[in-house]
Write a protein that binds this ligand. Structure first.
Ligand code: SF4
Length: 380
């Protein structure tokens, strides 16, 4: 539960619907479903941002965390290629552009940037029909042997459930084997929006809400910290957003295993949904990106961090977001594929000095962290 805020919030709401919410936040009270909807429906972005900033400052001070990380996407072949209509990354096995990295190629990709002092590998990809659990075990084990100081954050709940299905194992057995190989934490992808109606429209055959939550519940029980996400900016309503967040908040009350919340902006290029909605070339607005981050900070009174993913939100909006409740910035990345396929125009990666400069430019204090949010290095 949030604690009482005694600092003065810089911007008083002009939207009367926000006044009781402002008072609740100041008093450290948990926000309700109705409060969440009022926040998403309000245009008073500066007041929402200032409130979220006050909560964040209270919780995290002026520190902004980031990881020197490298994204590795082993395959874009995915059995849900035809039904996740928002996805621009996946391919069928024989489709143009389909790829699957051998283990040696994965190791070479990591080796190529050894001098960047990466401290976290972030590994996600498609649901390949033939890649077995042993491929991922060997990958994780091999990366750990070659880079013993680097944490491994790998495989979304959707990938874990897929491996359990093709191996005819329980989710718990899959997770135990991955941990034995060296898995440190899990990313939060694949949650999209939990509403059944939205899922039917954008990701018909993907893991249902309860199944996604069950994988994370199991991970948390085994001591694996994870992240949580929401893909916004497509067909969901404000109520869908709030219900999604509250389901995550409820699991967090139960387990305490989520480290950070990351709202993910939908990108409409090169995917079926973008074509259906006539949205190609029209990504989410900076207004909505900032609002999602700030409302996330306000509703999640039990998740320690809120992260901006600069690849999707742009570097400029992400820098501003550091004053809208955000204390966690996506790191160096090195080479991003998934969102660039969907029309992201941001760079593929940033140098560590650029990430540090971005945080300092916003008047905040950069702190390099590892995958478990232990402090690695601090800047004045
Ligand atoms: S979103 Fe994930 S599961 Fe869905 S098609 Fe794309 S890669 Fe596959």
């Amino acid at each position: 539960m949030a604690t009482l805020i005694d600092d003065t919030v810089r911007v008083r709401p002009t939207d009367p619907a926000l006044l009781p919410i402002h008072d609740k936040v100041m008093a450290g009270e948990r926000l309700s479903r109705e409060d969440g909807i009022a926040l998403f429906e309000s245009r008073d972005l500066l007041a929402i941002g200032a409130l979220a900033d006050a909560v964040n400052q209270r919780r995290n001070g002026d520190r902004v965390l980031f990881a020197a990380n490298q994204h590795i996407n082993p395959t874009n072949v995915c059995v849900l290629r035809k039904t996740c209509v928002f996805c621009s990354y996946a391919r069928t096995p024989k489709e143009d552009g389909a790829y699957t990295l051998s283990l040696d190629e994965v190791f070479a990709e990591a080796e190529n940037v050894r001098d960047m002092r990466v401290r976290e590998f972030h590994i996600v990809g498609g649901l390949h029909p033939k890649l077995r659990l042993s491929y991922y075990e060997e990958m994780i084990r091999g990366l750990k042997e070659r880079h013993p100081g680097v944490s491994i954050k790998a495989l979304t709940a959707v990938e874990i459930a897929h491996l359990a299905r093709i191996e005819k194992l329980s989710v718990e057995e899959v997770l135990r084997r991955l941990v034995a190989a060296g898995l440190d934490s899990m990313p939060g992808g694949g949650a999209e929006v939990f509403s059944k109606g939205v899922r039917r429209t954008i990701a018909d055959r993907k893991l249902a809400a309860e199944e996604w939550l069950d994988v994370h519940r199991c991970a948390h029980r085994l001591g694996i910290f994870t992240n949580c996400t929401m893909l916004y900016g497509h067909v969901e309503t404000s109520a869908d957003r709030v219900e999604h967040i509250l389901m995550l908040r409820e699991l967090q009350d139960e387990t305490g295993g989520f480290l950070t919340y990351i709202p993910l902006a939908y990108h409409p290029d090169n995917n079926e949904l973008g074509r259906q909605l006539g949205r190609e070339g029209t990504a989410t607005t900076g207004f909505d990106d900032l609002k999602n981050l700030a409302v996330g900070r306000l509703l999640f009174d039990n998740v320690p961090h809120v992260k901006t993913h600069w690849i999707m939100n742009t570097i400029k909006v992400s820098q501003v977001a550091l004053h809208f409740g955000v204390d966690d910035l996506e790191g160096t990345v090195v080479r991003e594929k998934i969102y660039h396929e969907a029309g992201a125009h941001t760079p593929q990666g940033l140098r560590l000095e650029e990430v540090v400069g971005l945080i300092r430019g916003a008047g905040r204090r950069p702190v390099e962290r590892d995958a478990r949010y232990n402090v690695v290095r601090e800047w004045p």
